[in-house]
Design a binder for this molecule. Structure first.
Ligand code: ZN
Ligand code: MN
Length: 449
């Protein structure tokens, strides 16, 4: 594959933490559950002058847990900084964020195409929410401060991503790890996880091909993408747009762009700021954060087993594939429950691989994480005895029956419904075992049409 342009992509992902209270005040952190706008507010999160912020300990611990899960180094001495910009949803005129001492830095995340380096993870606060609506025939913008001050982490990668599909895989893996740590619901429809991609194209010729250190002199930030699928499509559309500009001999403008899913195009939103435009300085109201040795140890002790290690261990011990296993659970509480179930099965010499496949394909009706293990064993054993033959064997037999009886297939295709009974009989004969005929009939007709 010889491509003319190599996409260079870095990602910035914002995630709202699901702490009970907000980042710097005691207000309830539940903007989606709130019965009315502007009820979970106080002088701190409304940005009233003189109100004093106090940092949320749990939010700091969870940020560090994510950092540890991604192999980051941790700044045990850290601080919060003010990031200044004007927008109506930001009452103070600045966002409390972290500038030069983020809690976590220099980590990595494993993907099928290699490691993606994590540059930093910092902790900040979310803004209020603007609601554009029409009241009494007048267009208005309303502000809801229930979300103002909700703890927000930002995960920034190095520009190690080379395609839209890689960006999607990275975002999915990050989502899985955040759900596993159980520090956020990360529901993208609710804006609890928000994806941004920085994209530029590197012109490739034989000389520079193996030199990735020369980065392009511009980048375009794609903002506010709220699904994995849109992330992939938006990046593809943006790559195409930049290719066309470069082909005309021009350089794309450094700017922030949005994505219009209906038209499948990106559109310009505003020129991109430099860090200096934000006039960062340490927040004088919040003392620096010192993580003591004992506090750090207790955070480490409360970490669940590493997500990748867990899947590798399960693959080895229980015989199912990692990709299959990852479909069965989200949080570490759930994985611990499953771990218990699998080892209970194994101790009784039952087929854990088969159980896992049954659970993933919903072939047995059980309440995961609720039913007791013994009940699941009996449901499993029951279903095993009624369908001893596996899918592969049935599919093979059907293919053979179809191949050996072309006339019956033609008859069935031309509308003679009875022909399927003949094919069923032939399939059963090849199988040589009793099994659910309804399933086989379904399968035969699916195969023919
Ligand atoms: Zn508040
Ligand atoms: Mn941010």
């Amino acid at each position: 594959m010889d491509k003319k342009y190599q996409p260079i992509i870095g990602m910035e992902v914002h995630v709202e933490l699901k702490t009970a209270s907000k980042m710097f005040c005691g207000c309830k952190n539940d903007p989606f559950g709130a019965p009315k706008p502007n009820i979970y507010t106080c002088p701190v999160c409304l940005g009233l002058p003189g109100a004093l912020p106090v940092a949320n300990k749990k939010a700091i611990e969870w940020t560090i847990s994510l950092g540890l899960a991604l192999g980051c180094k941790i700044n045990l001495f850290s601080k919060f900084d003010r990031k200044h910009y004007f927008y109506p949803d930001l009452a103070k005129g600045y966002q409390i964020s972290q500038y030069d001492l983020p809690f976590c830095y220099d980590g990595e995340i494993n993907t099928s195409f290699g490691k993606i380096r994590i540059r930093r993870i910092h902790l900040e606060e979310d803004t209020g929410k603007l609601i554009h609506s029409t009241i009494n025939n007048k267009k208005m913008t309303l502000i809801d401060f229930n979300r103002s001050g909700v703890p927000l982490i930002e995960i920034v990668t190095e520009p190690d991503i080379k395609s839209a599909s890689q960006a999607k895989e990275y975002a999915k893996k990050l989502f899985q790890i955040i759900r596993y740590l159980d520090i956020s619901e990360a529901d993208m429809e609710k804006g609890q996880m928000r994806l941004e991609a920085n994209i530029s194209l590197q012109i490739q010729n034989s000389k520079t091909k193996n030199q990735n250190n020369q980065l392009p002199n511009y980048k375009v930030e794609l903002k506010n993408i709220n699904s994995f699928r849109f992330l992939e499509k938006a990046i593809e559309a943006e790559i195409k747009r930049q290719e066309e500009i470069i082909n005309e001999g021009k350089t794309p403008t450094q700017e922030t762009r949005g994505y219009n899913a209906e038209k499948n195009i990106t559109y310009s939103q505003r020129a991109k700021e430099d860090a200096s435009d934000y006039r960062y300085f340490p927040d004088p109201d919040i003392p620096p954060i010192k993580i003591s040795e004992s506090w750090f140890e207790s955070i480490k002790k409360n970490m669940p087993e590493n997500y990748d290690y867990l899947l590798s261990r399960w693959e080895k011990e229980y015989g199912a594939q990692k990709s299959t296993l990852s479909l069965l659970f989200e949080t570490n509480t759930q994985s611990k429950w499953l771990d218990g179930l699998f080892s209970y099965f194994k101790k009784q010499n039952l087929d854990t691989k088969k159980l896992i496949n049954f659970l993933v394909n919903k072939k047995i009706k059980v309440n995961l994480f609720v039913d007791n293990y013994q009940k699941i064993i009996s449901v499993f054993n029951q279903s095993i005895s009624t369908s001893q033959i596996d899918e592969e064997e049935i599919d093979k037999a059907i293919s053979q029956a179809i191949k050996e009886n072309p006339q019956a297939v033609l008859d069935f295709k031309s509308g003679k419904k009875n022909a399927i009974n003949f094919l069923l009989g032939q399939t059963m004969k090849i199988l040589g075992k009793k099994t659910d005929t309804k399933i086989i009939i379904e399968k035969i007709s699916k195969k023919i049409f």
